[in-house]
Write a protein of this length. Structure first.
Ligand code: KIV
Ligand code: ZN
Length: 561
């Protein structure tokens, strides 16, 4: 009978670990990082890296600060072998970096691996074989004793081949491949068999690396497995416990982090999570997450886009725009309420403050990004984003009620076009809506009539309508309004704001006047001029022009604060 999908899968079993300690652990230091971009990552590429790409990536990994780098699987192909030889023969391995190479538990391949390493000053040689029941039974045709014998034979060969090359500082690593699907007592038995032969010491520890070769359980169960191994394996004090998560369930990062809490001190993965199938653990993700706990990762991603460009070039694969920390969109908020919150928090932020900006877990500047993309305006945005862009890009601080009025104008454009609006687009809408280029005021003549009373005369142009405005009032604005009223314009000033744009000789003033026209319409006018009085008069004309527009064009919208 055909089974339902959920009936096809064996549920993963919880680990019996009554007094588990990892849930209370705090990550307070960076692990030892091992990049396997040039090995596991490379094995997973549609087109594996050529020599030039491998060299470029190796140099970048060194620059980022990796001290342990798995550079390949030298017995698997001539390119892999030649790349390793280039690193050694051309003396390209810095003194504080140790390269690592992988070999399966097969004698000819192990011999070829040591040959490829001839003359290297330091190296980690990484032995692996599968241990899970499905691999023992269906692939290797070995029982548990058979797997232990296989491991012991090849672990001994490591010792012999290393002893024959005493000029190199050798370190060994062992991975029970498919560990995450292996019974814990058997995993311990295999690991103990290896370390019994390698006899690690405090000065020459060996690495035991526990992979989720295929991620099949939740991160808490894997953490239990790691803690169980951490507490049960022999010679633990002379072992560097490492993990090697993959990402099949999409929880590679969580798996890695919980494993570190559970006793692992080293972690293997790839930049931006490249690797077989859904990838290896994303080292950048885990490293930068440490900042959120106030821990320095010890890797330098202060120009994360340079790292991304190199990885994209070498892997010939793009990084997703929403990829944590590095994607094009990850520091951008489109939603209006997020934008409002970010803008307010930025306005209150002072140098040296702890990073407390809502919706931005990390300061983009720490990764070499600017704040330019933090706020982008689309149909989901509100007044906050629009106000932010005008302020950030044009130095214009819209009064709150004008923000509300103008956001409805921008919203209407976005509803029409369905497109995101850049700062330049928004400025264009602002110029048009407030008729900034349609009004002018020539040389206003202001004279004092008596204390507290002035007369004003000005030649103005309001959207092609030229007129001489003459009036008397308590100040220039009052006199100008009186002059317009004398010409039949029913205009009153309700509120007034202005500020300088820029500084020094180029400084200009911007005036925002909320006006009542024809005793009914309330709207804003905006004027910009080097002279503050002219800016205010232009703002009044801007309001008059807007009110005279066809109703369909006018944005005399209700302002609901
Ligand atoms: O994923 C895996 O199990 C591996 C091992 C060789 C470490 O890549
Ligand atoms: Zn792997």
């Amino acid at each position: 009978m055909l089974k339902q999908p959920q009936q096809k899968y064996r549920p993963f079993a919880p680990v019996r670990l009554a007094d588990r300690r990892w849930p209370d652990a705090v990550l307070d230091r960076a692990p030892v990082w091992l990049s396997t971009d040039l090995r596991d990552g490379n094995q997973a590429l549609i087109e594996p890296m050529d020599l030039a790409r491998k060299l470029r990536l190796f140099e970048m990994l060194v620059k980022v600060g990796f001290k342990e780098i798995e550079v390949g699987f030298p017995s698997s192909s001539q390119t892999e072998f030649d790349f390793l030889r280039r690193l050694i023969d051309e003396d390209r391995i810095p003194a504080d970096v140790t390269i690592q190479v992988l070999t399966p538990a097969r004698e000819p391949l192990i011999r070829r691996t040591f040959e490829a390493l001839e003359g290297v000053p330091r190296a980690i040689v990484h032995l692996y074989n599968a241990t899970a029941p499905v691999m023992r039974e269906k692939v290797l045709g070995l029982d548990e004793d058979g797997v232990v014998a296989l491991v012991e034979t090849h672990a001994r060969l490591f010792v012999d081949l290393a002893n024959a090359r005493p000029d190199t500082q050798w370190r060994f690593e062992y991975s029970p491949e498919t560990f995450s699907d292996t019974e814990l007592p058997f995993a311990k038995r295999v690991v103990d068999a290896v370390t019994a032969i390698w006899q690690p010491t405090a000065d020459r520890k060996c690495i035991i690396n526990l992979p989720t070769t295929v991620e099949r359980c939740t991160p808490n169960v894997f953490a239990d497995m790691v803690e169980w191994m951490h507490r049960h394996i022999a010679r633990r004090e002379h072992i560097v416990l490492s993990v090697h998560p993959h990402n099949d369930r999409g929880t590679g990062t969580a798996t890695g982090e919980l494993a570190l809490m559970a006793g692992a001190e080293r972690i293997e993965g790839c930049l931006f999570g490249n690797g077989e199938r859904t990838g290896n653990l994303d080292l950048v993700n885990v490293a930068l997450n440490l900042y959120t706990q106030g821990v320095a990762p010890g890797l330098d991603f202060s120009d994360i886009d340079e790292v991304r460009r190199c990885v994209e070039h070498c892997n010939q694969l793009p990084v997703h725009p929403r990829h944590p920390y590095v994607g094009d969109l990850v520091y951008t908020s489109f939603s209006g309420s997020h934008q409002d919150a970010i803008r307010k928090a930025f306005a209150q932020r002072r140098d040296g403050d702890i990073w407390d900006i809502p919706y931005l877990p990390i300061d983009p500047k720490d990764l070499g990004r600017s704040y330019d993309a933090v706020i982008r305006v689309n149909s989901q945005s509100g007044k906050g984003g629009i106000a932010y862009l005008l302020e950030a890009e044009y130095g214009i601080e819209l009064p709150r009620r004008l923000q509300i009025e103008f956001s409805q104008v921008v919203q209407a454009v976005m509803d029409d076009t369905g497109k995101e609006q850049s700062a330049v687009d928004i400025w264009g809408i602002f110029e048009r809506e407030y008729a900034l280029n349609e009004v002018s005021v020539a040389h206003p003549a202001i004279t004092s009539v008596e204390p507290g009373v002035v007369s004003l005369g000005a030649r103005v142009d309001a959207a092609g309508r030229q007129m001489q405005v003459e009036g008397v009032g308590a100040g220039p604005i009052d006199a100008f309004v009186a002059g317009l009223q004398a010409r039949g314009e029913r205009v009153r000033v309700l509120d007034y704001h202005e500020h300088a744009i820029g500084s020094g000789a180029d400084a200009r003033a911007i005036a925002f006047l909320e006006l009542r026209l024809d005793d009914q319409t309330s709207l804003f006018g905006v004027g910009i001029d080097a002279d503050i009085v002219s800016a205010s008069l232009k703002a009044i004309l801007s309001g008059v022009v807007r009110a005279r527009r066809q109703p369909a064009q006018a944005a005399s919208v209700a302002i609901v604060a």
